[in-house]
Design a protein around this ligand. Structure first.
Ligand code: SF4
Length: 246
């Protein structure tokens, strides 16, 4: 059984296990709700902790200890435990998300290796501020990189890390998925994509309700299409009302 852990930053002792917020998709099946694999059956491993503090974050239970209790919101799980959990499902896609999962990337290397050996494929949902180690940049892995804009409530001096973005862009295994709610956001995305050579660009409407996602979709669609970018919805919001664990 997962054990509650004490408050504090993640350690980097590979023997200590991964610090999880939750994992789901085996007991109650679900889909990848965003990005290139939107609509694909998926299992989710959501790691706790983040290195950013976005005002519009929809997973503050992974890091905002002024509102949430880390002893209630975190568990430690071993790689073996997680591999067994994933292996209990026929679903091929495993999404490793957060928080910011690459904070714990040293302990993710053996997990990803075992998942790939078991025939799974892996997608990371990352904020793009931490360059992945080479052991994670391998066949069967994709990085859905979501640099956070100032309009998302995060100072870009912290959320835009050029060296990390360069590593993702050069990896050949990354897509750049920006959250947007206005056409002005698209102008900022274009500047960042141009400056940091980010491609392919995906845009995702901001919102945690079906109404908000639909409204942002309509605001953005023509302008995204005009730029020849990719567009994704948030299927889990539309299908499951953004319920936790779906
Ligand atoms: S990077 Fe993601 S998980 Fe971290 S605070 Fe921002 S939205 Fe939340």
């Amino acid at each position: 059984m997962p054990q509650p852990i004490a408050a504090g930053p993640a350690t980097h002792d590979p023997a200590s296990g991964l610090i999880l917020a939750e994992c789901f998709g085996v007991e109650v099946p679900t889909f990848q709700g965003e990005g290139p694999s939107c609509g694909h059956p998926a299992l989710f491993i959501r790691l706790s902790r983040c290195n950013l503090t976005c005002a519009k974050c929809d997973t503050k239970y992974t890091w905002d200890w002024s509102r949430f209790d880390p002893r209630q919101e975190s568990t430690r799980r071993t790689v073996a435990d997680l591999v067994a959990w994933v292996a209990s499902s026929p679903v091929e896609l495993v999404v490793i998300t957060g928080g910011e999962p690459l904070i714990q990337q040293a302990r993710l290397v053996p997990l990803v290796r075992e998942l790939l050996t078991a025939g799974k494929r892996v997608e990371f949902e990352t904020n793009g501020t931490i360059a992945p180690v080479p052991e994670l940049v391998v066949h069967g892995v994709r990085f859905n990189v979501s640099p956070k804009l100032a309009s998302f409530g995060m100072e870009e001096g912290k959320s835009i890390v050029p060296a990390a973005l360069r590593t993702f862009a050069a990896s050949g295994r990354a897509v750049f998925k920006f959250v947007a709610s206005s056409v002005a956001d698209l102008d900022r995305i274009a500047e960042l994509a141009d400056t940091h050579q980010l491609s392919p660009v995906w845009v995702m409407p901001e919102g945690t309700t079906a109404q908000a996602v639909t409204e942002a979709t309509r605001v953005l669609a023509d302008a995204v299409a005009a730029r020849h970018w990719y567009f994704t919805t948030r299927l889990h919001v539309l299908a499951f009302a953004d319920a936790r664990g779906r």
